[in-house]
Design a protein around this ligand. Structure first.
Ligand code: NAX
Ligand code: ADP
Ligand code: K
Length: 494
């Protein structure tokens, strides 16, 4: 299985162009695109149903004309409204419009609430500004109709690159996109606006997509499954790594134990919680398979790390926001072990991002901020926090720090300093529960302990975490997550 490539709108345009240059005319691509949409529409419809098609001024509108002609040929009743005038069409849309022999009405005279199905062919990847005036009203009327909506390529009003709403956007039930998904199909809120997304093959070769894509992927197992650790017959626990998780003080120990248990469940051969002296008692009372060591501040950590077998560290959950935590991070980075930094380890650097500039380029390091932690860490760095694209923000932060960035949320983006990135979409809102992020740290560290490189460990960790949460659903608490990991791994590995 190849990893699923995600193409940004500009790259898709380039892939279209290369395909045309290779001998497939643009109108042929458009006919194939329209046919895929018409087939999907037909499956949603009863005989002689009424289909209302909203066509835009560009090539997305051209697809709409193809759909109209094909569905009319199959006996469906078609109303087609155009934003703009037929004489203003350009490119392949001119040819597509000629295939449609029925009337073309102004878009504001379409009766969306009389439709059995609305086909949204207003805008696709060429959306260039916020929707206003007639276009905006048309989208608002489509949404208000309550009728099922099938979007062509993407929901009109959604920015293909960022997934953001440009003024207003169509709430589609389904989307048929072409050749590859675009970032907006995975990033929020675009993912919610596009509904169920299906990729239609219109004859653009995999090599063409590879040549134009910028190493952006959907985070699915095909991206990392071949690298997932599988213990060999002869292997013992010392071959499977040793994860060290730093605990907070006596009243803040749960986060470390959640991470530690997740690392153990993910297959780290050994896991140790390193605890401040005053919290040893409470940690001891709650740990069984996981080992425990006293660790007094940065010097304590430095001392423990003399043991070379400790090859993967988690620092941050409930560690406290202060200079001591910054000093621990410095010790850990200097020790050049695999490292996951989260929560307080990130927030302790609020406004001090220059201290982590290129700090992590020497060893596999993963930073796992949610949006709030990200904004705090990179405060004063508009070049990193201002881009509208979440992918761009993660890319820039990864390049700045030398670490793999896991920018969390319903659309977690994982970006490596070398330019690779993946968008995750398998989670569930039930993962938004106290301690869920601590568990994620443990999964990623546990995978790195077993030798997975940082980017693959981060991607696999985010996916496994998402899958575990989704398999449980309502009532999920962080304690459940570690216990759900074996079920997810079993499906992946057998
Ligand atoms: N041969 C081709 O060119 C193919 C094109 N395809 C379709 O073409 C689409 C991309 O076509 P385009 O690049 O023409 O882009 P779009 O059709 O998405 O939109 C561009 C048009 O909308 C106008 N526009 C942009 N933002 C606007 C706004 N806010 N309000 C009003 N007007 C606005 C632009 O001036 C331009 O006329 C894809 O999404 C896909 O559906 C597919 O059929 C595959 C083949
Ligand atoms: N709506 C959602 N859909 C999918 N995943 C989510 C959603 N909300 C939160 N998550 C995930 O849950 C985890 C929460 O982590 P975090 O915010 O650090 O919580 P905590 O600090 O309480 O552990 C992250 O992995 C995040 O991606
Ligand atoms: K559309």
């Amino acid at each position: 299985m190849h990893p699923e490539l995600i193409l940004r709108p500009q790259q898709m345009k380039q892939a279209d162009g290369l395909t045309v240059a290779s001998g497939i005319p643009g109108i042929e691509l458009m006919r194939r695109a329209g046919r895929a949409v018409a087939e999907a529409a037909a499956k949603m419809l009863m005989k002689e149903a009424h289909v209302v098609i909203a066509a835009g001024p560009g090539q997305n509108g051209g697809d709409g004309f193809v759909v109209a002609a094909l569905l009319a040929g199959q006996g469906y009743r078609i109303s087609l409204g155009l934003l703009g005038r037929v004489e203003q069409l350009s490119g392949d849309a001119v040819l597509a419009a000629r295939d449609w022999k029925g009337p073309v009405v102004p878009i504001d005279s379409l009766a969306f609430d009389e439709a059995d199905l609305i086909v949204d062919a207003l805008f696709g990847t060429g959306l260039a500004r916020d929707l206003e005036g007639v276009a905006r009203i048309a989208v608002e009327r489509m949404n208000a109709s309550g009728k099922p909506i099938l979007a062509v390529d993407l929901s009109s009003g959604i920015d293909g690159d960022t997934g953001q709403v440009r003024g207003v956007a169509v709430k589609a039930n389904r989307t048929i996109t072409f050749a590859a998904r675009k970032p907006c199909h995975l990033l929020m809120p675009g993912r919610a606006y596009c509904g169920d997304v299906e990729i239609a093959d219109i004859g653009i070769a995999r090599e063409t997509l590879e040549a134009t894509s910028g190493r952006l992927f959907a985070n699915t197992p095909s991206l990392w499954l071949d690298k997932l650790p599988r213990p060999e017959l002869s292997s013992h626990k010392y071959d499977r790594g040793h994860t060290l998780v730093l605990s907070g003080g006596a009243t803040r120990t749960g986060a470390a134990r959640l991470a530690a248990r997740a690392a153990l469940r993910t297959g780290s051969g050994l896991v140790t919680v390193a605890s401040p002296p005053e919290a040893l008692g409470v940690n001891a009372a709650h740990l069984t398979a996981i080992m425990l060591r006293g660790c007094d501040g940065p010097e304590g950590l430095h001392h423990i790390l003399q043991d070379e077998r400790l090859n993967s560290l988690v620092l941050g959950p409930a560690l406290g926001v202060h200079s001591g935590t910054r000093a621990m991070v410095a010790v850990a980075a200097h020790a050049r072990r695999s490292l996951v930094l989260d929560a307080d380890a990130l927030t302790s650097f609020e406004g001090l991002a220059t201290e982590v500039h290129q700090a992590f380029r020497h060893a596999p390091t993963v930073l796992t901020p949610h949006d709030g932690e990200f904004m705090r860490l990179f405060k004063g760095h508009p070049d990193i926090i201002d881009p509208e694209s979440k992918i761009e923000r993660a890319h820039r932060a990864a390049a700045y720090t030398g670490a793999v960035l896991v920018l969390k949320g319903p659309d977690t983006v994982i970006a490596a300093p070398d330019g690779r990135a993946a968008i995750n979409a398998n989670g569930t809102p039930y993962l938004g529960t106290a301690g869920s992020g601590d568990t994620l740290c443990g999964i990623i560290a546990g995978l790195m302990a077993q030798g997975l490189p940082a980017f693959e460990a981060a991607c696999a960790g985010v996916w496994i975490h998402g899958e575990a949460g989704a398999s449980f659903g309502p009532g999920l608490i962080a304690e459940d997550l570690a216990e759900l990991i074996p079920g997810v791994l079993r499906k992946l590995l057998t």
